[in-house]
Design a binder for this molecule. Structure first.
Ligand code: GDP
Length: 199
């Protein structure tokens, strides 16, 4: 489950512009600032990869990264429903659902959740949204190294989020705890990808 090669393929503004081949895809989503670019760089051990395609303001890009010439890591537009208006939330919902429907080779979504902040309603909404769309997904808690003084510890935030989910869910999705600073959780997450690719 190691990454020998990672290359940026393209940024697409429309789902129809995504690479036409049928390689397995693993798509990352999360609130902006959750640590998505950092995680891509950490997973691929390439400090510059996610920056290549990063243009502030262009939130609608779908970025495809080809890994080991045989699967894609896909960076989907981030969300932040709290600040965004209703129409942009609707737009995001339509856009991602369309992606889930059209990309038949989508194997799993990796939902990133910032462990340095207490549970956010929007993250729970997103988990419910994925379940509604019947998309297989796992939860990736990010920044487990990050302990701001006044905030509850990360472990407590993670526990609180899981608690919140289990109030509505019978079974929780697979959860990973990661840090792009320390590399924690990297091999576990790559192991998850590898196990699903072999199915
Ligand atoms: P994105 O907007 O989701 O792509 O998030 P970025 O990867 O750009 O990261 C947002 C901010 O969080 C940056 O200031 C990063 O340095 C910080 N960050 C990302 N990952 C980690 C992590 O694992 N630990 C800590 N402490 N900070 C992180």
């Amino acid at each position: 489950s190691s990454i020998r090669k990672a290359e940026f393929i393209k940024s697409s503004t429309q789902i129809d512009d995504c690479p036409p081949d049928k390689l397995p895809e693993f798509a990352l989503i999360g609130r902006s600032n959750v640590g998505k670019s950092s995680l891509i760089n950490t997973l691929t051990r390439n400090d510059k990869l996610a920056k290549i395609s990063k243009e502030p303001g262009m939130t609608k890009f779908i970025n495809h990264y080809l890994i080991n010439d045989c699967w894609y890591l896909v960076d989907l537009p981030g969300y932040g429903f709290a600040k965004a208006g209703k129409s942009s939330k609707e737009e995001w919902l339509t856009f991602t659902k369309d992606f889930f429907i059209k990309r038949e080779n989508l194997v799993s979504v990796l939902l990133l959740i910032d462990s340095s902040v207490p549970p956010q309603e929007v993250d729970k909404d997103c988990a419910n949204w994925l379940a509604e769309c019947k998309v297989p997904f796992c939860i990736v808690f990010t920044k487990i190294d990050n302990r701001k003084k006044e905030m509850p510890a990360n472990a407590q935030n993670i526990r609180a989020f899981k608690q919140l989910m289990s109030e509505e869910w019978e079974e929780l999705p697979r959860c990973f705890e990661t840090s792009s600073r320390t590399g924690a959780g990297r091999s576990e997450l790559l192991g998850y990808v590898a196990s699903l690719r072999e199915l």
